[in-house]
Structures are given as C-alpha cells and as structure tokens.
Design a protein around this ligand. Structure first.
Ligand SMILES: Nc1nc2c(ncn2[C@@H]2O[C@H](COP(=O)(O)OP(=O)(O)O)[C@@H](O)[C@H]2O)c(=O)[nH]1
Ligand SMILES: [Mg+2]
Length: 241
C-alpha cells in the first residue's frame, strides 16, 4: 500500500516536472534559443569543458549559462570569467535541477537581458549520475559526460543517464595512458544502452576531440533553427513559466 502511494507520488512529480519542462522549451523555441543540458557525476569535467569551449563558441553564438549547484557559486564564478551571463541556481538539498528551478532562471534571463538576443543556453546540472536524467528542464538535447577515471562499467550501472543522452562525451582522454582503462569498452557499454547517441572522446586539458564536440553543438543549433520556431509560439506562451 505504502509502495503504491510512493509510486503514484513519483509519477505525479515527474508529470508536473514534464509540463514545466515543455513550457520552458516553448519559451526557448519562441526566442530561437537551443538549450543543452550537461549532466554527469561530480568532477567529470562539466565546468572544465565549458571553460574550454566558451572562448570558441562565444565567437559564433550568443550564450547564457544556467549553473546548477547544491550550494556555492564556485562554478558560476569560473564561467563568469568568460564574459557570458551566468545564472546561478542553488538547489539546496536537491540533487538535480528541475523545470521549476530553471523557469526561475528563465525569469532572471528575461529580467536582466533580452532573451531573443541569445542563441544557446547551456545548463550545467548538479553533479549526479542518477536524478538529473529523470528531470527534464526544457532542454532540446541532453549531453552526458563520463570521465575515463570513473570506470568502464558505469553506463551499465546507471542506465537511465546513458539511455537518455543525445551526446555522450568521454572526458579526460589525456589521462588514459596513466590508467588501466579501455575506452573501447566504455563505448561498447554505452552502445548496449543507447544505439543513437553521438559519442565523442574529449580532453578539456589538451583540446583533443573538442572541435568534434563544437561541431555537434553547431549541428544542434542549426537543426533547431530549421524546425524550432515553428513548433512553439503557441498556447504554452500565454503565461510566463
Ligand atoms: N587531466 C584532466 N583533468 C580534467 C579534465 N577536465 C576536468 N579535469 C579536472 O577534473 C576536476 C573536476 O573538473 P570540473 O570541471 O570541476 O568537473 P564538474 O564537477 O563536472 O564540473 C578538476 O580538477 C579539473 O581540472 C581533463 O580533460 N583532463
Ligand atoms: Mg562543475
């Protein structure tokens, strides 16, 4: 009985979150923004990847960052040094961003900037390999990161994250010579979970693979520019998120 109640509560929570995510996405669509949600365990290199990418990507795109962390603005402050707007969201005890928190971030983007001037919103989710995959925030694509130090088995042990990913970045490639790790085994394990994701091994330290990652970001924005705007602009925008 108790279990049934919990399951129903969980489904309702995810349903409410999904409605909020759809609403956020409708706003992004109306503004011509592509939103990417970056997710991984703590320390896989989300912030380092953004630090590496921003100098190149901000030459081509107008970018805003939504930075989720349980406490502190340490990562937000790192990214602010790259001269892009960074909206920091502290989630408190929650191990993931949800669509309501991101709606708050969207309000701040509207309050402080003109959202139509942006092309990309990059969300750095809270470091966690489980919960962020369950809670959409209004993104157009999900990017999962797995560093070579985390173990080849993680795609099998944390399947939802790897099933949901549109792009999987295998990070810290420069460390492979010092580890007993087989990148092909990681890729094979990801493929067991997900046949369609684009898989890109990268190193934020050396820059290896970063251009392929940038190409993937470019492809997401140009695909959306063709189809995105026409899909939204509807009733979902009648009220603010
Ligand atoms: N060697 C190496 N270290 C990295 C790389 N990317 C990130 N790191 C290090 O990994 C640690 C965690 O990185 P961070 O970007 O903060 O991870 P996040 O928690 O996912 O945002 C830091 O000490 C980074 O310097 C990489 O490509 N190579
Ligand atoms: Mg970080």
């Amino acid at each position: 009985m108790h279990q049934t109640f919990d399951a129903a509560l969980g489904i309702n929570l995810l349903h409410v979150n999904q409605e909020g995510a759809d609403h956020n996405r409708a706003h992004f669509d109306a503004w011509g923004i592509t939103c990417l949600n970056l997710m991984s365990s703590p320390g896989s290199g989300k912030t380092a990847l953004l630090e590496r990418s921003l100098p190149t990507l901000r030459q081509e795109f107008r970018i805003a960052i939504i930075e989720g962390d349980m406490t502190t603005e340490l990562d937000a402050d790192r990214l602010r040094q790259h001269d892009v707007p960074v909206i920091a969201i502290n989630t408190g005890r929650s191990c993931h961003l949800d669509s309501k928190m991101v709606a708050g971030g969207i309000h701040r983007l509207e309050r402080d900037y003109n959202p139509v001037e942006f092309d990309l919103v990059l969300v750095e989710n809270v470091g966690n390999l489980v919960c962020p995959a369950e809670f959409e925030v209004g993104e157009h694509a999900k990017v999962a990161l797995l560093s070579v130090t985390e173990g080849e088995d993680k795609p099998l042990k944390y399947p939802v994250m790897f099933q949901e990913a549109d792009c999987l970045l295998i990070t810290k490639l420069d460390l492979v010579p010092y580890l007993d790790v087989d990148v092909d085994r990681i890729i094979a394990n990801v493929r067991q979970m997900n046949a369609r994701a684009t898989i890109i091994p990268v190193s934020a330290k050396t820059g290896e693979g970063i251009e392929a990652w940038h190409d993937w970001v470019r492809s997401q924005h140009s695909a959306k520019s063709v189809t995105g705007r026409s899909q939204s602009n509807g009733a979902a925008l009648a009220e603010s998120p």
